[in-house]
Design a protein. Structure first.
Length: 136
């Protein structure tokens, strides 16, 4: 028995309702205010005095997806003369509400200068670790 236009519409509606009933429930959405979160890639990094020293260009994570290190690009002009180093995640301090100094690196200029360059992503990364606070 051929379907009439009304019968075709009813069949299409029934199929749509069945498909909707089988689709997973929508994900919960949490809204995070801008003063509580910060998109960090590409952001400038400052030293503790507020001087701009570089730009955060990558994050190195472990097998669980937890950040272990950040790659910071220091100096250069349009990619010429720039130098990238990887620093231990704990050496960074984040302040999303502070627009002038949202990311601060807690390393001295001497530690930054002495750090090995981060070049080859296929080899273990040389990561500059936080100074030992127990020796102060």
């Amino acid at each position: 028995m051929p379907l009439t236009p009304r019968g075709t519409i009813t069949a299409v509606v029934a199929l749509l309702l069945m498909a909707a009933a089988q689709s997973p429930p929508p994900s919960n959405v949490q809204r995070v205010p801008p003063e509580q979160a910060l998109a960090i890639l590409g952001h400038t990094v400052t030293d503790p005095s507020g001087k701009t020293i570089g730009r955060l260009v990558d994050v190195l994570v472990d097998n669980n997806g937890d950040p272990q290190a950040a790659v910071i690009d220091f100096g250069g002009f349009m990619g010429v003369g720039s130098r990238k180093i990887a620093v231990q995640w704990s050496t960074l301090h984040f302040a999303p509400a502070n627009s002038k100094q949202p990311i601060t690196l807690d390393l001295s200029q001497d530690q930054i200068k002495a750090a090995p360059e981060f070049k080859d992503t296929t080899k273990p990364a040389p990561v500059v670790v936080a100074p030992d606070s127990s020796s102060h």
